[in-house]
Ligand binder design. Sequence first.
Ligand SMILES: Nc1nc2c(c(=O)[nH]1)N[C@H]1C(S)=C(S)[C@@H](COP(=O)(O)O)O[C@H]1N2
Ligand SMILES: [Mo]
Length: 263
Amino acid sequence: MSKVIFNRRRFLTLGGAGLVGTTLAGCDAFDSFARPGHPVRDFLIGANEMTMAVQRTLLGSEALAKEFSESEIRQGMRPNGSTDPNNPDYLALRETDFSQYSLEVGGLVDNPGRYSLDALRNMPSRTQITRHDCVEGWSCIAKWTGVPLGLILDEAQPRSNANYVVFHCFDIYSGGLSGGVPYYESIDMVDAYHPQTILAYGMNDAALPVANGAPLRVRVERQLGYKMAKYIQRIELVESFADLHGGKGGYWEDRGYEWYAGI
Ligand SMILES: Nc1nc2c(c(=O)[nH]1)N[C@H]1C(S)=C(S)[C@@H](COP(=O)(O)O)O[C@H]1N2
Ligand SMILES: [Mo]
């Protein structure tokens, strides 16, 4: 096999982040070049670190993702990944329209908590119309309503060693070669407190549909779609995600995707 060497200078010459999007053909096709040591994977890792540096240093950690107007909402919101979880705990909650659901917030916090959907709906909310970009190369524009994650964290009082917020999901994702594994994701505290990072219970002026992650999913608007965990069961603050599942901080990250999926 010919050895292709990418370095950052070459990445810059080639013209930036658009290349990352076009290289990733899709979730299913990704396994073939996800092996450690594969040039495409190593190239993407280099590009990824740079994306994070660019977003955080040049744009600033509070820079907002673009918001759209009502007339720009399009395609509804194409469901992707898990769309109909069959975990018995989830099915039981779904049966009563999630009236018995409560979000658990724990881990490295001084004040662990539980929130029913009503409690979440009674907190201050944020509504935003944003574009969702899937790594597979498609996008949608939808309207999201939810509680800023920062408000939940303020109540939970993260300890000083809490570096990441982990979202544990109800769905056992069964795509790919690896069989049934729970979906999970993680973000750092900068993204967690970003003003557009919300725990959404509403989409396009209705309750969040099951296909799109009912009863609760996160929106992290400056990141790719796979960071936006649906079907959130529990939030855990951790110092490191090395001991969780595959150790890379997310379901797709454990399969070779970048942890920082900034767009
Ligand atoms: N729990 C869970 N969250 C998930 C996924 C999933 O399979 N399970 N898929 C991710 C991917 S790849 C995308 S593009 C979006 C899709 O969100 P949508 O179904 O609302 O379009 O959810 C993300 N969050
Ligand atoms: Mo995606």
